[in-house]
Design a protein around this ligand. Structure first.
Ligand SMILES: Nc1nc2c(ncn2[C@@H]2O[C@H](COP(=O)(O)OP(=O)(O)OP(=O)(O)O)[C@@H](O)[C@H]2O)c(=O)[nH]1
Length: 444
């Protein structure tokens, strides 16, 4: 080993004091700089490292003789110098500055915040700058992770099939995601800062919806899921599912309502179609046998002492002949015509179902027997009018039997039986007519 290299690595205290430039030459300052547990370096006007304390040596991962007199670019590369240069320039122009640098010479690399401040000589000139490095790796990586997860969250929220809406404790909207725009038709600009109920919620739903919001805001419930209608900006009514959650601060106060919204119009339509299909007779569109029997059971179960329920049993006359002469397709058409004519003759609360080939049942709440009879008469009349095949001039008519609960029967089975008997009587009497059940429960 040469003498000079010995001098470089371990300078005697006296020699070192002479070698030290600027402020660092003052013994008190030097002791202070060496005692500080942060890497400190002094860079002269040519950007060369002229002083460094012991923490700097271990931080730089170099022997002292490899550090002294070197520029930052020589020590850490051009990329590092590029990051440092603006702050160095500010330091040499008399200002404090700082910059962030990823220290790639460390394994694994770490983020540091480097503070730069000028050293002014006695003549006021700036002879050098000092750098102090702070390890901010954990803060920076935490901030970057937070930023990234926020970014991911935003991306995810925007790409979800769910619209995301957030409103504050005054129900003013503070977030309206991209998907919310797509589903509800209003843009973020139109909705931010407006009241939740200002647009879209149908008039008749407002009071109920507000009551739900208020329960959430008061903390009475934490979440709420419901299906409701919404009027889009283009005035189209859609079905949506709202999932609302109350968000609380650290003290537990509800500060906002987070809402996810999903368009379920398609599901609701499909469900309605399936329900309709199960409930309806495929040919005529009136109720199916099962559905009309269910209505009958329900109506009888709900009937109060005073209520009267008329059941008309309708069987078309001579329908076999229509089929035989005109074929099934034209027969079908006549069936449909008669079914629709009967349906059109009924009131909103009445029900009509097809229970067999050419057999129908009509249910109607009536005031008395006279009303039941006039209903039966009307069914006979409209069937005869509608049951006409224009091409052949052939006609079908209907025979109708009517029984009334609780006058003629109390159970559904009996009521149906009594009406069927009465219909048979009408056929016997010559068809195209109605007959009232003649057997009263009380035997009268
Ligand atoms: N076109 C068509 N015909 C049907 C359908 N369902 C049953 N039929 C026919 O309807 C006819 C019903 O016959 P009936 O009620 O016994 O005979 P009808 O000629 O009406 O005799 P009456 O009731 O005594 O007047 C039969 O020929 C069945 O084949 C259907 O969905 N479409």
């Amino acid at each position: 080993m040469s003498d000079s290299s010995t001098d470089e690595t371990m300078p005697a205290d006296a020699d070192r004091a002479e070698m030290l430039p600027g402020l660092a030459a003052v013994p008190e300052v030097r002791s202070l700089l060496e005692a500080v547990d942060l890497p400190i370096g002094r860079w002269d006007a040519e950007g060369r490292l002229t002083f460094f304390n012991p923490p700097y040596v271990s931080w730089a991962r170099r022997a002292p003789q490899e550090l002294r007199g070197r520029t930052l670019a020589e020590l850490y590369g051009d990329e590092a110098w590029h990051a440092a240069r603006p702050a160095f320039d500010r330091g040499f122009s008399g200002h404090q500055a700082h910059y962030l640098r990823l220290l790639r010479h460390l394994e694994p690399p770490r983020w540091a915040r480097i503070q730069v401040f000028p050293e002014r000589g006695s003549n006021g000139r700036i002879d050098a700058i000092y750098t102090i490095a702070h390890d901010v790796h954990d803060d920076i990586t935490a901030a970057m992770a937070l930023k990234r997860s926020n970014w991911l969250l935003e991306q995810a929220l925007d790409n979800l099939p769910w619209g995301v809406i957030e409103s504050n404790a005054d129900l003013i909207i503070t977030r309206w995601s991209h998907s919310a725009e797509t589903i509800l038709g209003y843009t973020e600009t139109e909705r931010l800062g407006t009241h939740r109920l200002a647009m879209g919620v149908p008039e008749e739903e407002r009071a109920r919806t507000l009551a739900v919001y208020e329960r959430l805001l008061r903390g009475e419930i934490d979440s709420w899921v419901e299906q409701a209608q919404y009027i889009r900006k283009d005035r189209r009514r859609i079905w949506v599912e709202w999932t609302l959650s109350a968000l609380r601060d650290e003290e537990g106060h509800v500060v906002s309502l987070l809402t996810f919204v999903r368009d379920i119009t398609h599901q609701i339509d499909t469900h309605a179609r399936l329900l309709h299909r199960a409930e309806r007779d495929a040919l005529t569109g009136v109720l199916s046998r099962r559905a009309v029997m269910e209505r009958l059971e329900t109506a009888l179960a709900r009937r109060t002492r005073e209520d009267r329920l008329a059941l008309c049993f309708i069987d078309l006359d001579g329908f076999k002949q229509i089929n035989d002469r005109l074929g099934h397709v034209r027969g079908d058409r006549l069936l449909v015509q008669v079914a629709h004519a009967m349906q059109d003759a009924l009131r909103r609360d009445d029900a009509i179902g097809r229970i067999g080939g050419d057999e129908f049942v009509v249910l109607s709440a009536v005031a008395d027997l006279a009303a039941a009879q006039s209903l039966a008469a009307k069914l006979v009349e409209v069937s005869a009018a509608a049951g006409y095949d224009l091409l052949s001039g052939l006609r079908v008519t209907a025979s109708v039997g009517v029984a009334v609960a609780p006058i003629h029967a109390r159970s559904s089975f009996e009521l149906l039986q009594r009406a069927d008997d009465a219909m048979y009587a009408a056929k016997q009497e010559g068809k195209n007519r109605w007959a009232l059940c003649h057997r009263r429960i009380d035997g009268g």
